[in-house]
Design a protein. Structure first.
Length: 254
């Protein structure tokens, strides 16, 4: 099942995980595939991998709002839990990771990209940003902790509170991405940059990553139950449901 929504290629050195689920709106099927594949790779020693998208203009728009906008609490809770699994698995993966952002990365899609060690973004129309407050829900607290560890509080505040998103140039200025290239060069550049990290000692890289972020990983786990409860309370407020439904109608998510 995972191969139908997440293609895995290992012909060019680094492992390449390509989300291939329409516009890659995040649902249980895609999130399960991501978590399972990362567990498999971690069990195989944590080789470096690039996370990319098969869609020509979208990395991921975040959650599948067309479906979840009318879903019952148990289903939304299941998606939230699995999404938090995916963010933590990606953020705490022992080997080097890179996001090849050739299209829009919004909300949960933005969080997936920023959970990677390296972010390579295409010039042109793609936008990188968080839109949760526009819907009436908070960014999941675990992701906020990850973002603060990645890029610092001032940038996170702008990213979260303004909710406007950035083009590649502005994202690079804010250190949200490390490289900006043409759309046709995104995956190749991500693989090349990843190779530089992969050339380092595997055990030293994993140990250093743990030293940098283990406190954040622990806090993400410790507060998770209460954080998810708060998020769900916001999600099911009547005003929020109306906003989600309105946004979903205009998204054209596949």
């Amino acid at each position: 099942m995972a191969d139908s929504v997440l293609r895995h290629n290992h012909e060019r050195g680094a492992h390449l995980l390509v989300m291939d689920h329409g516009a890659n709106a995040l649902d249980l099927e895609l999130l399960d595939a991501l978590v399972e594949k990362m567990a498999d790779l971690k069990g195989a020693g944590g080789p470096p991998f690039v996370l990319a998208s098969s869609h020509p203009t979208v990395f991921s728009p975040g959650w599948n709002l067309k479906h979840l906008g009318t879903a019952e609490r148990d289903e939304v809770a299941a998606v939230l839990s699995r999404f938090n699994d995916a963010i933590l698995a990606l953020f705490s993966y022992p080997g080097p990771t890179a996001a090849a952002i050739a299209g829009h990365a919004v909300a949960g899609g933005c969080q997936l990209a920023l959970a990677c060690d390296l972010r390579i973004m295409a010039t042109g129309r793609p936008r990188l940003g968080l839109a949760e407050l526009n819907l009436g829900v908070p960014v999941p607290t675990g992701s906020l902790r990850m973002l603060r560890a990645r890029v610092g509080p001032a940038v996170v505040e702008d990213l979260v509170l303004r909710g406007e998103g950035y083009d590649a140039r502005r994202a690079r200025e804010l250190s949200l991405v490390q490289r900006v290239v043409s759309p046709t060069e995104v995956i190749e550049t991500a693989e090349r940059e990843l190779g530089q990290l992969a050339s380092k000692s595997k055990s030293a890289f994993a140990a250093t990553k743990e030293a940098l972020y283990s406190d954040t990983w622990s806090k993400m786990q410790q507060t998770r139950s209460e954080d998810e409860k708060t998020f769900l309370e916001c999600w099911f407020e009547p005003e929020t449901r109306e906003r989600i439904s309105e946004v979903a109608r205009g998204l054209g998510q596949e």
